[in-house]
Design a protein around this ligand. Structure first.
Ligand code: SAM
Ligand code: SF4
Ligand code: SF4
Length: 338
């Protein structure tokens, strides 16, 4: 099979994010606000979704073209029935070095965690935006309690998952007072807390720049409590910048896609639940692969189609963010996968 070409800026494709559903049981105000995602929202129909076999086929082609890491996401990936079957199919593909899943934890029972582990899932990322129920509810907007996410974290640990990455989106005036409590909770546990700048993904969250807490300010806030020192990336193009506690109690990650964009190293390719390929989180248009797969196209033909898309890729939205780009249509994160 041919090697994946580099894009217009010389970037390879290494990481594949697969959205397995556009549905979610949370209504996080920064992702699926109720004003847009209320009753009657036209979510994708069951038959529109790629089957596990179709997803695996596309993943196999992309691995043949250089992808080494796969993350399952959504929407909420654990809402997809028998997701562990997909995990098992993907884990069996030769050439993959990492297989992970990002979840809000609501459906991560002990049995589900065990099934995912047995199927070959390597790592979990869990999202948690605060440690007190009032603030967490203000973020998830469905009254979901912190204790249930803590329970999910324990379930994951009890079945042998390594310490998780914990994603916290910081929105000024809503949960920025939770930065220090969250850091305190996860220091010294092995879990890696990652602070994510609130992003202008999609157009339904009413994003405003003044609601973003800059990564540098987050580092300062933590540094005042527990001195931090920068650490070099684990690998070129790592999204989170790493900071370690000087007292040896582990590290935190900061994802600064607004204030310090990292498009130059962006090797991510995204597959939506209905089989559209996206080359940027902020894209307006995807490329339909479902019709190729359902039409019985050979692997090599699909590879050629993807190579043609990738070689034309010139995305660098975060580096170009401006009043002009703000007016462009953008796909929603719950659809494309975070
Ligand atoms: N439902 C799962 C979850 O929340 O973990 C997986 C999908 S979610 C879209 C993936 C990640 O995207 C989550 O950690 C979430 O916090 C993050 N996210 C969603 N909207 C965001 C935004 N506007 N800015 C920054 N991060 C966002
Ligand atoms: Fe659902 Fe995840 Fe989006 Fe929150 S961030 S609404 S949990 S998909
Ligand atoms: Fe990659 Fe697009 Fe994000 Fe830049 S804005 S890092 S190109 S996904």
């Amino acid at each position: 099979m041919r090697a994946l070409p580099t894009d217009v800026f010389g970037r390879h494709s290494r990481d594949l994010r697969i959205s397995v559903t556009d549905r979610c049981n949370f209504r996080c105000i920064y992702c699926m606000p109720k004003t847009t995602y209320g009753a009657g929202y036209p979510f994708l129909a069951r038959r529109a979704l790629l089957s596990f076999e179709e997803i695996t086929l596309i993943a196999r082609v992309l691995i043949g073209m250089g992808v080494r890491k796969i993350r399952l996401t959504g929407g909420e990936p654990l809402l997809r029935r028998e997701i562990e079957r997909l995990v098992e199919m993907l884990a069996a593909l030769p050439g993959l070095s990492d297989l992970s899943l990002t979840t809000n934890g609501a459906c991560l029972t002990r049995a589900k965690a065990q099934a995912l582990r047995d199927a070959g899932l390597k790592r979990l990322t869990m999202s948690l935006d605060a440690l007190d129920d009032q603030t967490f509810s203000a973020m998830n907007d469905v009254g979901f309690p912190v204790s249930r996410v803590e329970e999910a974290l324990s379930n994951a640990a009890n079945v042998g998952f390594p310490p998780a990455k914990i994603n916290m989106v910081v929105k000024r005036g809503v949960n920025d007072h939770s930065i220090v409590p969250m850091a305190r909770r996860f220091r010294g546990t092995g879990h890696i807390l990652r602070f994510i700048e609130y992003m202008d993904v999609g157009t339904s969250n009413g994003w405003r720049l003044d609601e973003v807490v800059a990564g540098a300010a987050i580092v300062d806030i933590i540094h005042r409590e527990w001195p931090l020192a920068p650490v070099s990336p684990n690998y070129p193009g790592e999204v989170a910048s790493r900071w370690k506690y000087q007292d040896g109690q582990g590290e935190v990650g900061i994802i600064t896609s607004v204030t310090q964009p990292f498009c130059g190293h962006c090797t991510r390719v995204r597959l939506s639940a209905e089989g559209r390929l996206y080359t940027c989180l902020f894209a307006s248009e995807g490329h339909d692969l479902r019709y190729l797969v359902r039409g019985g196209a050979a692997d090599d033909y699909i590879a050629q189609a993807i190579a043609a898309i990738w070689s034309r890729r010139h995305d660098r939205y975060s580096e170009r963010r401006s009043a002009e780009t703000a007016a462009l249509p953008r796909i929603e994160m719950s659809y494309i996968g975070g």
